[in-house]
Design a protein around this ligand. Structure first.
Ligand SMILES: [Zn+2]
Length: 93
């Protein structure tokens, strides 16, 4: 018997609840620092809506959610990561 549960998480930007599979997970890993979609540690979730990840306050929100300081370069990496996830076809978010 398979147990299938939908894990719901809140986007830190728009505060809407989504199926975790539709969100990008950003984790502050204890050893490796900030990771996308993997890692162990404090995590924040953000949806794939452009207005969320390109929000000018997103870095602040992430820093607060992850309780860490993010490098200025982080936001470039973050945008690259998140737009690459957006490349999946026919996701009309
Ligand atoms: Zn959002």
């Amino acid at each position: 018997m398979t147990r299938q549960t939908t894990v719901m998480r809140i986007c830190i930007s728009c505060r809407k609840t989504f199926d975790r599979n539709h969100l990008i997970k950003i984790t502050k890993d204890h050893k490796q620092g900030i990771l996308f979609q993997k890692g162990m540690g404090r995590s924040a979730y953000i949806c794939k809506a452009k207005k969320c990840y390109s929000d000018s306050k997103i870095k602040k929100k992430l820093q607060k959610a992850l309780k860490t300081f993010l490098d200025p370069e982080f936001i470039d990496i973050f945008e690259k990561e998140i737009t690459s996830y957006n490349d999946y076809p026919n996701k009309g978010i």
